[in-house]
Design a protein around this ligand. Structure first.
Ligand SMILES: Nc1ncnc2c1ncn2[C@@H]1O[C@H](COP(=O)(O)OP(=O)(O)O)[C@@H](O)[C@H]1O
Ligand SMILES: [Mg+2]
Length: 238
């Protein structure tokens, strides 16, 4: 299976996991990629986003499947099944499966998602609490790597992404630097492959309003900055 599995994860709610998942799916489709989103959050936010009745607007461009409650190996079988189905229907492989996850360190769904991932994207707010909370996330990654190793899967590849960026604030820029230092330090200490992405999402009304529509980010009024940010992320990831 050449399909790449990107998992968007954080132990925190409200950091933009679902927004980043949906925006990235949208951007990858615009870049000509074949994409499917799996919502592994039992709250089904991504799934509802896509299937919401909408204001006469066109549908969101990516199909979102909701699935949660599967154990690690079952979830892998499920993902492989989705990729196989896509291939038998269209004759072509999916390029990406994106997985949105619940905000809960102890969640079996998160564990299952980390097990199947080729890359993990971690949205983080650039503030002190979030930067300090990175540490507990790394203990989760250590545990996930251990499970992966037992099943002969390679180590996680973690990409931390700054969301809600407010570039004009000096304190925020300093927090991003602190975040980079912390990620580098924990990465070395815990032997977890991790980096902070150059691409950032600013705090933008377009991102905030997007869930109210079921249309592409690209069709939202005033979404130019959001589109530029999404395209930068697509380039860095794909
Ligand atoms: N870059 C951003 N700018 C403005 N609002 C954002 C941004 N990212 C997310 N949001 C908003 O913040 C809230 C939480 O985002 P969400 O993606 O649901 O987080 P999570 O899935 O991590 O709980 C939502 O109302 C969303 O629209
Ligand atoms: Mg969410």
């Amino acid at each position: 299976m050449k399909t790449k599995v990107l998992v968007v994860a954080s132990q925190k709610g409200g950091v933009g996991k679902t927004t980043v998942t949906m925006a990235l799916g949208d951007g990858l489709v615009r870049a000509g990629k074949r994409v499917l989103i799996v919502d592994a959050d039992p709250q089904k936010t991504a799934y509802k986003w896509e299937s919401r009745k909408g204001l006469g607007l066109p549908r969101y461009p990516v199909r979102v499947e909701a699935n949660s409650g599967l154990a690690v190996v079952e979830f892998l079988e499920y993902i492989v099944g989705l990729a196989d189905d896509a291939k038998s229907v269209s004759g072509e492989e999916l390029d990406f499966i994106l997985v949105d996850t619940p905000p809960n360190l102890k969640s079996g769904d998160l564990e299952a998602a980390l097990f199947v991932s080729d890359e993990v994207i971690v949205p983080v707010k650039p503030n002190r609490m979030a930067t300090e909370a990175m540490e507990e996330l790394f203990s989760l990654f250590v545990a996930a790597n251990e499970v992966r190793r037992r099943h002969k899967r390679g180590p996680l590849d973690v990409k931390v992404m700054v969301n809600f960026m407010q570039a004009k604030r000096v304190a925020t820029a300093a927090m991003v630097e602190q975040l980079q230092n912390n990620v580098a330090e924990y990465s070395k200490r815990d032997h977890v492959r991790a980096q902070v992405l150059t691409s950032q999402f600013k705090h933008l009304a377009a991102f905030e309003n997007a869930p109210n529509y079921r249309t592409s980010f690209y069709s939202l009024p005033g979404s130019k900055d959001a589109r530029v940010a999404i395209e930068s992320l697509v380039k860095e990831i794909a």
